[in-house]
Design a protein around this ligand. Structure first.
Ligand SMILES: Cc1ncc(COP(=O)(O)O)c(C=O)c1O
Length: 369
């Protein structure tokens, strides 16, 4: 598209160039690095031990079944997506015995990815939650959270979450900050495997958070794409309004991924196969944590690295500072965000020694924090 202004220049000539989003810039730099030693621990994606992208066998199998099923269609979906996908996803998250599901108080909407789901939720709150237009989010949080809630028109505040001293949860700080948040404020919580820290509250801590939030009348917003309502009637009203948020944004969601997920979730054998594969993925992450921790201890790398085995999910906030990360990228071709977050799924048995050499050199050359 080429458009000219009256003076013959481009109508877009005034637009300033902005820097690349840091995590994507990292990906580009990794792609250009010719070193055979290069290691990508940036994006939060699951990989095989050899660092290759990974697709579950059960997903491949169901995908083939769907492709060969001639009764399959690619028509527009309803605005809220595939009903079966929504029903089975809610069961997966809330449990089959959930009273909220039995009483039809759950509203589930198939959106476009995690980001798209959050964006729909944020728009919905901005439009229909006049009580409070401030969202409290953990410090730190997933890098895109502040952007997507603020473009929806909500104000952003933070609550303490990560304690750099212990590389664990600053539970006291979190409770104090939630205690002093105004009644009715929205609190963004991550259900598990907190991004970017890998630090989750324990079950008893969650219970304390729940009690505090309830007593203060704070609105929990979990990083997932549905709301649980108090009555079936409210749930149906909410759904009608969610459709009005979605319709002018992208009209209706794509069919392919949700059809695969629905086929797996509703079939007992496929579901079992999926659970086994997911467990294997999780086991691999845990074993990588142990390997990395053991290797750092064996090498005598200064510092306490026990948080690596305590953190959960894909991420570990390593405790490395931006200068140390930059050093590791320059000298060892290791790519990770400057906050020191490591994607454990990017590691394999063959690459752990290289990472340990890099951390050791970084920590001994440039003092830890
Ligand atoms: C906590 C959290 N929320 C949302 C997202 C976005 O999910 P998606 O990549 O599916 O848009 C991510 C992705 O990294 C995430 O870690």
């Amino acid at each position: 598209m080429e458009m000219e202004s009256r003076d013959g220049g481009s109508v877009f000539a005034h637009i300033p160039k902005v820097p690349e989003v840091p995590l994507y810039a990292l990906q580009v730099a990794y792609g250009k690095d010719p070193s055979p030693l290069k290691l990508n621990l940036g994006f939060g994606v699951y990989r095989t031990e050899d660092g290759k992208p990974f697709i579950l066998n059960v997903v491949r199998r169901v995908e083939r079944l769907l492709v060969n099923d001639m009764s399959n269609f690619k028509e527009y979906l309803p605005i809220t997506g595939i009903a079966e996908f929504n029903r089975w996803s809610a069961r997966l998250i809330l449990g089959a015995d959930s009273p909220a599901i039995k009483e039809n108080r759950v509203n589930t909407v198939q959106c476009l990815s995690g980001t798209g789901s959050l964006r729909i939720g944020a728009e919905f709150l901005a439009k229909h939650y006049p009580q409070h237009h401030t969202v409290y989010m953990s410090q730190p949080t997933y890098g895109n959270h502040p952007n997507l809630f603020s473009v929806a028109g909500l104000a952003i505040k933070t609550y303490r979450y990560y304690d750099p001293g212990t590389c664990g949860l600053d539970f006291q700080g979190m409770l104090e900050d939630l205690q002093s948040a105004p009644s009715g404020a929205i609190v963004l919580l991550q259900a598990c495997a907190h991004n970017p820290t890998g630090v989750d509250p324990t079950i008893p801590q969650w219970e304390q958070i729940r009690q505090l939030m309830r007593s203060k009348g704070l609105l929990p917003f979990f990083d997932s794409a549905y709301q649980v309502c108090k009555t079936a009637e409210v749930a149906s009203h909410v759904e009608s309004q969610l459709k009005l948020v979605i319709r002018p944004m992208y009209s209706n969601p794509p069919i392919h991924g949700a059809a695969i997920a629905a086929a797996i979730l509703k079939d007992r054998d496929l579901y079992n196969e999926w659970s086994i594969e997911v467990k294997a993925m999780n086991d691999r992450l845990i074993s990588m944590r142990q390997r990395l921790f053991d290797a750092l201890c064996d090498k005598g790398t200064p510092g306490d690295w026990s948080h690596i085995t305590k953190h959960v999910g894909m991420f570990t906030f390593s405790g490395l500072n931006p200068a140390q990360v930059a050093f590791m990228t320059k000298e060892y071709h290791i790519y990770m965000p400057s906050d020191g977050r490591i994607n454990m799924a990017g590691l394999g048995p063959k690459t752990v020694p290289h990472l340990v050499d890099a951390i050791h050199a970084a920590v001994t050359t440039l003092c830890l924090n």
